[in-house]
Write a protein of this length. Sequence first.
Length: 129
Amino acid sequence: MNNKGFTLIELLMGLVIISIIVTLIMFSINSTLSISKEKSYDILKNNVIKASNTYIIECESNTINCNNDYVWENNNTSFLANNLISRGYFNKDQLINPITDQDVSNCLMINVYKDINEVYNISIDDSKC
C-alpha cells in the first residue's frame, strides 16, 4: 500500500518543534522590550536631571521666580518632579515611567547638593515610584 502523508507522531513532533521555536522567539522579544524600557527610563531620569539643573540655575539667578518651591538646608534641597511641570520644563505626559506606564511626577524626588564652588550635584530618588 502506498499511503502518502504524515503519521500522527510526525505531526506531533512538528508541533513540538514549532512550539519550542515560538517560545524562544517570544522570550527573546520580551527580554528585548524589557531592556529597551529600562533604557528609556534611564533616559527619562537623565532628562529630569538636566532640566533640574537648568531649573535650579534659573531660580538661583532670579531668572524665574520660584516662590519658595524648595528650601536650602546645609547646601541640600529636594523637590518633586512636579515642580518641573509647573515651571514648563515638561508636560505631564512626558513624565511617565515606560516600565510601569505610571505618572512619576508626584513621586520622583530630585535631590540637589550645592558644593562650595556653587556646582549643583543632582540625583534622583525614585524609590517611592
